[in-house]
Design a protein around this ligand. Structure first.
Ligand code: UD2
Length: 284
C-alpha cells in the first residue's frame, strides 16, 4: 500500500524550495515509490547523452555499467554515446527497455571544443530524432559514475543541478563569465545558483531551446574572438538565470570524488571521478 502523501521527513538543513517556488531535490524530500507509481504503465522514455572522445573513452564502461544499476531503473532509457572511437565502446548488458546508440563524431583537438560541441550535437539529436520519441533528456559528463538512485524525482521541464563546488557560496564568488563583452556575462547582482555543465536536462522542447540559445550566444562570442570562462557551462548558467529551471537537483546528483563528503549530503547519486587533467585532455 502506498504511504500517505507528503514528503514524510522533509529536510530543514538545506534549501528545498527556491524563491520562484521550485523544488530543490534532496534525499528525504521525495517518495520514490509514490513518484514511480505515477509513471508505471506509461511509456515514459528518457534519453541520455554522453560524450567520450579521446582518452575519455576509458570512463565509458563504468559510466554505462553504473548507469544500468541506478539511472531510471525500470523505465525506458535510450543512451546516445558520442565518440571518435566507435570500436572501443564497451558492451554492457542492458535490461529490457534500455538501449544504446553510438554516434561517431570527428576527433577534436581542444577539450574546450569537445565540451562545447555537445550543445550542437544534442540540439541536432533532439531536432532530428527525439521530439516525437523521448519525453525527457539528460546530458551527462562521462568521467562520472552512478552510486545511488537517480529516477523520476529528477523530472522537470528544465532541470539544473547545483554545482558541488559552489552550492554554499554567495553569488559574488560564483565562477560566472564576468566580461561584459561575452553573451554569457553575469553582472555582480545577477545569478541564483551555479549550475553544472556536466548534468542538466528537461523535456525535449526546453532543452532544445536551451541548446539553441546557448549555441547562438557561443557563436556570437566566437565571432568576437572570445570564449566564455567555462565554455558552454557559462552559457548554460546565463540561460538558467534568465530562464529559471522548473526543478533543481541538489549536488547529490553530481558530486566530485575528490571532495570531502559534507554532512548534508546523505547520498551520492552521481559523482565525477578524480582525474589528471594534464594527462587526459588533448590540450592544456
Ligand atoms: C566542467 C563541467 C563540464 C563542462 C566543463 C566546461 C561538471 C562536473 N563538469 O568539467 O561539463 O561544462 O566544465 O567546459 O559540471 N570530453 C571528452 N574528451 C575530452 C574532453 C572532454 O569526451 O578530451 C567530454 C566528456 O564527456 C567530459 C566532458 O566533455 O565529461 C567535459 O569535460 P571535462 O570533464 O574535462 O570538463 P571539466 O572537468 O572542466
Amino acid at each position: 500500500m502506498l504511504p500517505m502523501p507528503g514528503n514524510a521527513t522533509g529536510r530543514t538543513d538545506v534549501l528545498t524550495m527556491t524563491s520562484w517556488s521550485v523544488p530543490v531535490v534532496w534525499e528525504g524530500t521525495f517518495n520514490p515509490v509514490l513518484l514511480n507509481s505515477l509513471y508505471q504503465g506509461t511509456s515514459l522514455t528518457i534519453a541520455a547523452t554522453v560524450f567520450a572522445q579521446g582518452k575519455y573513452i576509458r570512463f565509458l564502461k563504468r559510466f554505462l555499467e553504473t548507469m544500468e544499476q541506478h539511472f531510471f531503473t525500470g523505465f525506458n532509457v535510450h543512451v546516445f554515446v558520442y565518440t571518435d572511437q566507435p570500436n572501443e565502446v564497451p558492451q554492457v548488458k542492458m535490461a529490457s527497455g534500455r538501449q544504446l546508440t553510438v554516434k561517431t563524431v570527428p576527433t577534436l583537438n581542444r577539450w574546450q571544443d569537445i565540451s562545447a560541441s555537445r550543445l550542437f550535437l544534442v540540439q541536432a539529436l533532439i531536432d532530428d530524432e527525439l521530439l516525437d520519441y523521448a519525453d525527457f533528456i539528460f546530458c551527462l559528463d562521462v568521467d562520472s559514475e552512478f552510486h545511488g538512485h537517480w529516477g523520476t524525482e529528477s523530472l522537470g521541464d528544465l532541470v539544473g543541478v547545483l554545482h558541488p563546488g559552489y552550492y554554499k557560496a554567495h553569488r559574488s564568488a560564483l565562477p560566472y563569465e564576468r566580461r561584459p563583452i561575452s553573451k554569457a556575462y553575469m553582472a555582480p547582482e545577477e545569478g541564483d545558483f551555479y549550475y553544472c555543465g556536466g548534468a542538466f536536462g528537461g523535456n525535449l522542447q526546453e532543452v532544445q531551446r536551451l541548446c539553441r540559445t546557448c549555441i547562438i550566444n557561443f557563436w556570437d562570442d566566437r565571432t568576437k574572438g572570445i570564449e566564455a570562462v567555462w565554455q558552454e557551462e557559462s552559457h548554460i548558467n546565463r540561460y538558467m538565470w534568465i530562464n529559471k529551471p522548473s526543478k533543481i537537483l541538489s549536488p547529490e546528483y553530481l558530486w566530485q570524488d575528490f571532495a570531502a563528503r559534507e554532512p548534508e549530503i546523505h547520498i551520492i547519486r552521481f559523482s565525477g571521478v578524480a582525474k589528471n587533467y594534464a594527462e587526459i585532455r588533448p590540450n592544456v
